[in-house]
Ligand binder design. Structure first.
Ligand code: CUA
Length: 147
């Protein structure tokens, strides 16, 4: 082997060793890690649905293969809901049929939308982002009743 070949090979191995050690030191010594799936932002400490004020509600939803983790939601007609959404695994969609709410559920990120339900009825929630073999079964419902 030529002298320059040996030198180049040695340099390559040395650089790889330095990078490997850097990753090892960062992962063990400094707690650097890949981001988790579910955010620890306040709304997602637990799944919740509650009334904020008269006619105003807040809903926290975690989308997972292949359902929405959310409590049973029954609202009076005319209610306005702040929806906070995230995903526990992969990208999902969150569209409430008959409304203008259409959000993406992104792992590690919170998306937000406000929606009003002027009329009583059952509002279907559908996932509009292909998320795996059970995608077409991923749905939920919000019930709105006349006061
Ligand atoms: Cu979740 Cu498609």
């Amino acid at each position: 082997m030529e002298r320059m070949e040996r030198l180049t090979l040695g340099l390559g191995v040395a650089v790889m060793a330095i990078f490997f050690l850097a990753v090892l030191v960062l992962a063990t010594g400094f707690g650097v890690d890949v981001p988790g799936c579910v955010t620890d932002v306040k709304p997602f400490e637990r799944d919740t649905f509650f009334q904020r004020a008269d006619g105003r509600y807040e809903l926290h939803v975690i989308a997972r293969m292949w359902s929405y983790q959310m409590p049973s939601v029954v609202l009076p007609a005319g209610a306005e809901v702040d929806v906070y959404l995230t995903a526990g695994d992969v990208l999902h969609g969150f569209h409430i049929d008959g409304t203008n709410l259409n959000l993406m559920a992104v792992p590690g990120t919170v998306t937000y939308g406000r929606v009003r339900f002027p009329k009583a009825g059952e509002y279907l929630i559908v996932c509009h982002e292909y998320c795996g073999i059970g995608h077409q079964q991923m749905m939920g419902v919000i019930r709105v009743v006349q006061q």
